[in-house]
Design a protein around this ligand. Sequence first.
Ligand SMILES: NC(=O)c1ccc[n+]([C@@H]2O[C@H](COP(=O)([O-])OP(=O)(O)OC[C@H]3O[C@@H](n4cnc5c(N)ncnc54)[C@H](O)[C@@H]3O)[C@@H](O)[C@H]2O)c1
Length: 251
Amino acid sequence: MQHLMRDKVVIVTGAGSPAGIGLATAKAFAAAGARVAITDVAEGSAPRRARDIGDEVRGYTCDVTDRAACEALAEEVLDAWGRIDVLVNNAGITQSRKVMDIARADYDLLMDVNLRGALHMSQAVIPAMAARGSGSIVCIASVAAQRGGGFVGGSHYAASKGGVLGLVKGMARELGPQGIRVNAVNPGVIITDMNSRAFDEARRRQIVESIPLGRFGRPEDVAGVCLFLGSDLSAYMTGSEIDVNGGIHIH
Ligand SMILES: NC(=O)c1ccc[n+]([C@@H]2O[C@H](COP(=O)([O-])OP(=O)(O)OC[C@H]3O[C@@H](n4cnc5c(N)ncnc54)[C@H](O)[C@@H]3O)[C@@H](O)[C@H]2O)c1
């Protein structure tokens, strides 16, 4: 397992949150032998987490809505480690809103971070991946895109993640000939800072009863699938979506 990602360089966005999917994903890649750059918009959070994981992990502050910042980050990683093999577009935000309450600013914010952010970071790493003729981009979408939300995020969240699925398929088609694979992961309900206070006890019970595997997801459940998609174990996969939802949405 420690050899799976040896000599590989990985970027994970939105990995500053201590209980989040991004940090668990960074740890999974580091445990598999990769050098990992973790980033987050929250000032100083990614460098702090990086120090906790180990020497082969570096932390950067980067707002994925800022294309120039994404490009500067990719340059820094290339300067430090000389290559970029995997990008995990994990940074994301949600909002609970009824359709009629979605203001222009709410819509813009979610689209900016969840969809434009994934495009920006992908644009930042594609030239280096194309130059080497290989790379894997993993985008975290959501079960919300498939079933129309219904847990925490409003319709604009579902739409932003639906946009991510379209972006993944379009990039996969265009970038495949350059050796770059692009795939999506659709988490179900994973308990993180995004939703840990969103459900009262009755709602928690109700949701868990509707999950065939009988529990909420953990960040590590998603991390393992990101590692699979980032590694050569998935060498013939591109344009795919993998559901990590305990069976809450089977289709
Ligand atoms: N938790 C779930 O149930 C669930 C379900 C489906 C999809 N997702 C998706 O998984 C991803 C990770 O979510 P999480 O549950 O770990 O949440 P989280 O809130 O713990 O982590 C998200 C991280 O993204 C960072 N971030 C926000 N805006 C950013 C920006 N502009 N630039 C860079 N970083 C930014 C935040 O600071 C935070 O650290 C998100 O894309 C989310 O939409 C989560």
